[in-house]
Design a protein around this ligand. Structure first.
Ligand code: B1M
Length: 638
């Protein structure tokens, strides 16, 4: 008798050797977007759910998708607290009776107020028709719960008093229709730890680092309170239905940088895995981010399944490396980066080439559930999904033959050599300023600037040879992996504090910014963490930057170029589907006769130098440090 998808997947997860590699591409985003725009392939037009497509094709299904959009308002109202009520859960969390929640709906925006005995917390999120249509399943938080010191106590109160109610039946009803076609994951926790919860949900991702520095004690106390809720959830999930539980999503070695991950996430993942394992459950983590700096920690986390593993060329770690590092103990789910399914990003030849080498990269082939990471993009060439299935059928019999893995492109495996620490601001007079910037001492630096001014040191020298030189070396060191993101952000904040003292003393020419830049995330794209870092760095080295925010249309970019007359227009995109917007903006500039008026710089994880050239951009930067170099080059300053 043949294997069912479920048997094959569970056998893989147990580390056994089933008959062949299971294949289960995640189709939620692709299906929702194509259904909405009427572009589903003809045989599937009448389908209501993406699982029907998988079944029709004979592919496996992994139900780990947090599909919030079909479960009514109550399921998502507490989105900005990171608390959901969706059928993938085997528990529901309710606010305690003495916390009153008021909801106000303004079009697509939901405004919430939580009145607690310790104070009031306000949040807002947006879930627009446009987002639903493009297949986005996660509402976007437009006002974070944690904005200032006054928010810690009421938030702690909310979390400590959340009532966790088991809802076993609901999970059963959600998972049962799967039958033998795959396996379902019980949703437990959105973050890997309480501290990660604060970073990912409760604050703006860049503000998090400032809060962490300024109110460390309060933050640790809040994390303790969230921990009370986390432990309740883990207990209920461990005792509830389902074989596998999801704990934590969106780790990334820039955001949850390695020392942070080690101190504030790893111990919690280890605890969670112990609680789950003690009850015979397995732990799945959604590891879709850049994992290069987190490989060892994730290996030690106790997770059993690494979900949505998105390897090179979309991130820095190749599939072969993942398999080598983790394959002995952790099941890798994913393995095909979504870019490979897009005709404009990957040629047919490169696509086939990747698959050809894939089977060698993962030999002997157990502990892999093949899928598309993170998910199949809306514009995927559907036939490529079929090609993968056909090749798995033909070449994916286990055990696979060993062999060397040759990456598709040279850019895939880069362990760029780290350059040594560059001494900036070598002038001894400015040593103290450099130290202030490196340590992010925004209070001290003001006094030090004043001292230098009192000693009649030239304000221009303080700026150029002291502050800017140090900021530039900080940017370089970030680029080279010697500094982590919070150090850069805290340095930039100290830089701004220093400038506030220095500016009145600068000559009018010295006061002039190095250049003016307009920066935004393109239409359809809500990712802003990377863009914000670029802005902070550019401001840090003296650029005047206008932040246009997220989801900016080509028309709005053009209008702002006319209004603001910047030297540089910066475009950020994190989704392969929104990259074409960059081209649209550049074409719009040309049509409006503005192309020669402004230099265009592009960036974002899926953007490559080749793509930048193809669309006619003037510059491309891989990270915030490089963005500074490129911006300076573009306007001819060093
Ligand atoms: Co999203 N997400 N996400 N996500 N998310 C990615 C980007 C994804 C790669 C995950 C994956 O597949 N492994 C994938 C995109 C796949 C693709 O198309 N290529 C993805 C997806 C699919 C989605 C949704 C569609 C999920 C869904 O709803 N089902 C949805 C889309 C929403 C939308 O935008 N319409 C979505 C939502 C989200 C969250 C809201 C949960 C959250 C965003 C929070 C926020 O930004 N406020 C989120 C996150 C956090 C990620 C990952 C995990 C991390 C992104 C990040 O912030 N990295 C990401 C995984 C990944 O990238 N591998 C992923 C850290 C940041 C510092 O790096 O942004 O690359 P980065 O910026 C760098 C450089 O790129 C460069 O400098 C920065 C600093 O060094 N840079 C520039 C950036 N912009 C620049 C501009 C420049 C120059 C340099 O000049 C102007």
């Amino acid at each position: 008798m043949g294997w069912t998808h479920k048997q094959r997947m569970l056998s893989t997860i147990r580390g056994e050797m089933p008959d062949r590699i299971p294949y289960a591409p995640r189709l939620d985003l692709w299906f929702a977007a194509n259904k909405n725009r009427g572009t589903l392939p003809a045989p599937y037009r009448s389908f209501e759910h993406y699982d029907q497509v998988s079944r029709a094709q004979g592919w496996g299904i992994v139900k780990v998708v947090l599909d919030y959009q079909n479960y009514g308002e109550d399921g998502i109202l507490d989105r900005a607290l990171g608390v959901y009520r969706i059928p993938a859960q085997s528990f529901y969390a309710h606010l305690s009776p003495d916390v009153e929640r008021r909801v106000k709906r303004e079009g697509d925006r939901f405004r919430l107020e939580y009145f607690t005995p310790k104070g009031t917390v306000r949040t807002a999120f947006i879930y627009s028709e446009e987002m639903r249509r493009s297949g986005v399943t996660i509402p976007w938080i437009s006002e974070h719960a944690l904005k200032g010191p006054e928010d810690y106590e009421p938030l702690a109160y909310i979390f400590e008093n959340l009532v966790v109610e088991p809802v076993r039946e609901l999970f059963h009803r959600w998972a049962a229709p799967l039958g033998e076609d795959g396996y379902a994951v019980a949703y437990a926790l959105t973050a890997g730890s309480p501290m990660h919860h604060i970073m990912k949900i409760l604050t703006d991702a860049t503000d998090f680092y400032y809060h962490h520095r300024d109110h460390e004690k309060k933050m640790l106390a809040l994390a303790e309170s969230i921990g009370v809720f986390y432990r309740r959830v883990l207990q209920v999930v461990a005792e509830g239905p389902g074989e596998i539980a999801l704990v934590g999503a969106n780790f990334d070695d820039t955001i949850t940088y390695p020392p942070f991950f080690r101190d504030h996430v790893l111990p919690w993942l280890q605890e969670a895995s112990q609680v789950l394992h003690a009850r015979g459950k397995l732990m799945l983590c959604h590891t879709d981010g850049e994992n290069r700096g987190l490989m060892e920690y994730l290996f030690d986390s106790g997770m059993d399944i690494a979900d949505s593993v998105c390897p090179a060329p979309m991130t820095k770690v190749s599939l072969a490396e993942y398999y080598r590092h983790w394959g002995e103990r952790i099941t890798i789910q994913g393995g095909i980066p979504s870019n490979l399914l897009l005709a404009e990003a990957t040629t047919d030849e490169d696509f086939e080439n990747y698959l050809g080498h894939l089977f060698k990269a993962v030999a002997p082939g157990n502990r892999l559930i093949l899928g598309v990471a993170d998910t199949v993009p809306p514009d995927a060439v559907f036939d490529r999904l079929r090609r993968i299935a056909a090749r798995v059928e033909k070449e994916g019999r286990l055990p696979l033959d060993a062999g060397g893995f040759r990456p598709v492109t040279a850019e895939i495996v880069s362990d760029a050599p780290l350059s040594g620490k560059k001494e900036a601001g070598e002038d001894a007079r400015f040593k103290v300023l450099r130290q202030d910037l490196y340590e992010g001492l925004d209070g001290e630096i003001k006094g030090h600037i004043q001292e230098l001014l009192d000693r009649k040191v030239s304000p221009q020298d303080i700026l150029d040879r002291g502050l800017l030189a140090a900021m530039e070396s900080i940017g370089q060191e970030f680029k080279n992996g010697l500094l982590f993101v919070p150090e850069v952000l805290l340095a930039a904040r100290a830089m701004n504090a220093a400038l506030a003292v220095l500016e009145p003393h600068l000559s009018s020419s010295g006061r002039q910014a190095r250049g003016k830049a307009l920066i935004g995330t393109v239409q359809g794209d809500l990712h802003d963490i990377g863009k914000n870092m670029v802005i902070i760095m550019l401001r840090g080295v003296g650029f005047d930057v206008v932040d246009l925010g997220i989801n900016v249309s080509a028309d709005d970019f053009l209008r702002k170029v006319v209004e603001e007359k910047p030297h540089i227009l910066g475009l950020s995109a994190l989704l392969t589907t929104t990259m074409p917007q960059m081209k649209k903006v550049i074409e719009g500039l040309a049509k409006a006769g503005l192309r020669d008026e402004v230099k265009v710089m592009v960036g974002g994880a899926p953007v490559s130098p080749t793509f930048a050239r193809q669309i006619g951009a003037d510059g491309y930067a891989a990270d915030a440090g490089e963005a500074v170099e490129v911006a300076k080059k573009l306007i001819g300053v060093d």
